[in-house]
Design a protein around this ligand. Structure first.
Ligand SMILES: C[S@@+](CC[C@H](N)C(=O)[O-])C[C@H]1O[C@@H](n2cnc3c(N)ncnc32)[C@H](O)[C@@H]1O
Length: 278
């Protein structure tokens, strides 16, 4: 596992900030030991070092800030083939997840590449540089675009993912994004939604983490499932992975859509015939 192979651009504080408490508490521990300061000072310094080490390991090895994400479920794109949208692809952690774990698949990464999402120099070039490092650049295309108004044809994709993006949006934007993902997927296409879940890993690494519903319930599976279902998807699976929860859904054949479509067909084809026969 090469922790320095990729440059996803997440800031130093996120990636290596725990080195600060390790250094400060480590020095304090050393001085307290040598100078025979009271035992409680050594205990506090020891806890500081232990927390710093735990936080660093969690960020690097469990939350994988500097590594491609791992596919949360084997059920996503089980055929291993097809073209997948990565909505809000950023510097490529989520795109590389699909490209590495589904070696026959292609990815179209779409991102606004505006605003501050913690990624330095966020742009298509950074995503493509990471794809080259992984040896998968020929299977990915990075486009600038808005998840709420995707620059993609109707029913043109076999799968879609969106990781740590839609949970940054307000309700109206989320509804537009889900509707757009539904529009661009072929019938039977799958959608994998991944959002931050401030679980024990995140709260251990960052006890003062105040984003993504730390104080509220925005991480609830039920809420995400109902929003995804409102967009017309059928939810197949939901679960958690360290630091996140995911919902796997499918665009299913919809009888209501068939009824609408067949009534359009009968208007177009049968009514002129009826008019002729009258
Ligand atoms: C926290 S980053 C996640 C990036 C990547 N999916 C990952 O897991 O590393 C959020 C990304 O969403 C993008 N984003 C935010 N709003 C967007 C929108 N409306 N359309 C497309 N991308 C958007 C940001 O530019 C940023 O790159």
């Amino acid at each position: 596992m090469d922790l320095f192979k990729y440059e996803f651009g997440y800031g130093w504080l996120y990636n290596y900030g725990h080195l600060l408490p390790i250094a400060v508490s480590g020095v304090l521990l050393l001085v307290a030991w040598r100078s025979e300061w009271p035992r409680w000072v050594r205990a506090v310094a020891g806890v500081g070092v232990a927390w710093g080490v735990a936080g660093l390991l969690i960020v690097q090895l469990v939350l994988r800030f500097n590594l491609p994400m791992m596919l949360p479920t084997e059920s996503f794109l089980a055929s291993g083939q097809g073209t997948v949208l990565d909505g809000g692809a950023g510097s490529g952690r989520s795109s590389l997840m699909v490209l590495l774990e589904r070696p026959q698949a292609k990815v179209i990464g779409v991102d606004l590449y505006e605003g501050d999402y913690g990624i330095g120099d966020n742009g298509p070039e950074r995503l493509m540089a990471n794809a080259r490092r992984a040896g998968v650049a020929e299977r990915v295309e990075a486009r600038v675009g808005d998840l709420r108004d995707l620059p993609l044809e109707d029913e043109s994709l076999d799968g879609a993912i969106s990781a740590f993006v839609i949970d940054h949006m307000g309700r109206e934007s989320r509804d537009k994004a889900f509707a757009e993902i539904h529009r661009v997927l072929r019938n039977d296409g799958q959608f994998l939604l991944v959002v931050v879940n401030p679980d024990v890993w995140i709260r251990t690494a960052w006890p003062f983490f105040v984003h993504h519903g730390y104080w509220g319930s925005s991480g609830s599976h039920d809420r995400w499932q109902s929003e995804v279902e409102s967009a017309g998807f059928e939810v197949e699976e939901r679960d958690t992975i360290p630091g996140a929860l995911y919902v796997l859904a499918r665009k299913t054949f919809s009888p209501a859509r068939l009824t609408r479509a067949s009534s359009r067909v009968s208007r177009v084809t049968l009514e002129p015939l009826r008019a002729l026969s009258d």
